[in-house]
Design a protein around this ligand. Structure first.
Ligand code: C5P
Length: 241
């Protein structure tokens, strides 16, 4: 391979900003989960570290509840999270919080990654495979295969629909998108009061083809108290407790 070919093969380096959504109330956990202590380290600090350390990430914007703005800023300075450019207030829904974050990224941003603060087991490896995929296809999300049979039920719990398990996946975060696409999609979703549980639903609603990469079964979202037991086991398996 000559030098010209080598340069044309150089991996592109899109400016990637990360929005961490941390403005939930933690109702199902019974506490604000992002400040819970996981083996001596707050959940939010664990979540931020792989993004701070990733060479694919240029900037981090954190979205939190208004009363937590200064606590979050203090956590960032005391842990040396120098990529955090802004800490801003979120909204009443996750989609509003995501929109508040994507509206604050810097002007050089080409890709925006949106990540649940409540997923502290994200790895640098998963971040970089998602950035490569989003750089190529404009929209990339991590997905893991379903082990159980998946059925649709009605309000009474009666099964009303089937899914083919071979094509069913569970979607995680971070979800990474072309910056203009996700800004437009989230604005549309908020303006039209669409109730969405993730950001790829907003992109898909606008006709964007969302690609999946292999997610990580350990990249769980801390939702209910039992998840803390799973979290402790993950830390132990990584030799971090
Ligand atoms: O409620 P759920 O578990 O889906 O929340 C996922 C993430 O979205 C959490 O990190 C939570 O802090 C965040 N969130 C938010 N603003 C809301 C609701 C949830 O930033 N209004």
């Amino acid at each position: 391979m000559n030098l010209k070919d080598l340069f044309s093969k150089k991996k592109s380096d899109p400016h990637c900003s990360v929005v961490i959504v941390a403005a939930g109330s933690g109702e199902r956990m019974g506490a604000d989960k992002v400040f819970l202590d996981l083996a001596g380290v707050p959940v939010l600090a664990r979540t931020l570290k792989p993004f701070q350390d990733s060479e694919c990430v240029d900037e981090i914007v954190i979205v939190t509840r208004t009363e937590k703005l200064s606590e979050v800023s203090d956590l960032c300075s005391s842990n040396g999270f120098t990529k955090v450019s802004k800490v801003v207030s979120g909204g009443a829904t996750r989609t509003e919080s995501a929109l508040a974050g994507v509206s604050e990224v810097g002007p050089k941003t080409k890709l925006i990654a949106i990540h649940d603060a409540a997923r502290p087991f994200i790895t640098k490896e998963l971040i970089s495979s998602l950035v490569s995929c989003a750089d190529q296809f404009m929209a990339a999300v991590p997905a893991v295969r379903c082990a159980d049979t998946i059925r649709i039920v009605d309000d009474e719990g009666v099964i009303t629909g089937d899914t083919d398990r071979n094509y069913a996946v569970q979607i995680q975060t971070p979800q990474i998108f072309d910056a203009d696409i996700i800004k437009g999609a989230l604005s549309y979703a908020v303006t039209h009061e669409r109730s969405l549980t993730d950001d790829s639903s907003a992109a898909k609603m606008m006709g964007v083809k969302v690609h999946t990469v292999s997610g990580d079964p350990d990249n769980i979202k801390l939702t209910v108290p039992d998840d803390l037991i799973k979290g402790a086991a993950i830390l132990k398996s990584r030799g971090e407790s």
